[in-house]
Design a protein around this ligand. Structure first.
Ligand SMILES: [Zn+2]
Length: 265
């Protein structure tokens, strides 16, 4: 999509998680995507017309490149999954990019590019974990006086952007930090280790996504999902990979936390 003009957009319903913005299709058609990037869990397409196309995958959303089709040729997806193909982009060069989302927690929005930092979810959002602004020193400052458990603090998008439940569990395990420890009470050297592991976990996840993207060309839309291997997440009762004691689970802020009581202090 990057560098290409959007020739035609087909929306097959009025909404996803939220309604599409007014005149969504017309505002996109003819615009070039000058840059395709990401902020936290949001995909951001910077458009030549001064708008930003903001996209979120929700829980089950995914993009598939369907190969060359003539713009305007009606979209027929492959298989019974087709009824969840909600948005179709016909790109300059002939690629057809289809957004499929069975549970429709995903959404798309348009916002003035020059004002992107004021888009509500981005306003006050913490730094990207793989940016230079993120470090142990940053965490020390962000956690100062915080009396919430570190698990909850890391899920707060105003502390660090884009960390989800799975990756917080993984990073806490790898850095040996108990999810129950109060954020403000963690020593500087532990926070350095935590920052390093957060960065690694996110980089590995992006790498895993990269493996998926390389399969996108399959004409049947089969993605061949990369199965990301978790060290602690969803392993309750199984032996800890470090000490072999059973992995524990607890619920914090309504989300499952998996941890090793022996390795994480
Ligand atoms: Zn252990």
């Amino acid at each position: 999509m990057e560098g290409k003009r959007i020739l035609r957009v087909e929306t097959r319903r009025k909404d996803l998680r939220f309604p599409f913005p007014e005149n969504f299709n017309q505002r996109l058609e003819g615009a070039r995507i000058t840059r395709l990037g990401r902020r936290a869990k949001y995909l951001v397409g910077e458009l030549s017309n001064g708008e930003a196309l903001i996209m979120h995958l929700g829980m089950t959303g995914r993009f598939t490149i369907m190969g060359k089709k003539k713009p305007g040729e009606f979209h027929h997806g492959a298989g019974e999954d087709e009824k969840h193909d909600h948005v179709v982009f016909d790109m300059q060069g002939g690629a057809r990019v289809v957004f499929n989302d069975a549970r429709r927690f995903g959404f798309m929005d348009l916002w003035p590019l020059a004002d992107i930092d004021r888009y509500a979810p981005f306003d006050g959002m913490g730094p990207e974990p793989i940016s230079n602004a993120f470090s142990g020193a940053y965490l020390k400052e962000a956690f100062a006086h915080k009396k919430t458990p570190v698990k909850s603090a890391l899920l707060d998008q105003n502390v660090v952007a884009g960390l989800g439940n799975i990756y917080v569990c993984e990073a806490l395990f790898r850095s040996g930090v108990s999810p129950k420890k109060l954020a403000g009470s963690i020593k500087r050297d532990k926070l350095e280790g935590l920052a390093v592991e957060i960065r690694k976990v996110i980089e590995e996840a992006i790498e895993a996504g990269g493996s998926t993207i390389s399969d996108f060309g399959a004409p049947d839309g089969d993605l061949g999902y990369f199965q990301h291997r978790f060290q602690i997440y969803d392993r309750e009762g199984e032996p800890c990979l470090v000490c072999a004691k059973p992995v524990k689970r607890l619920v914090q802020s309504g989300r499952s936390t998996f941890y090793c009581a022996a390795c994480q202090r």
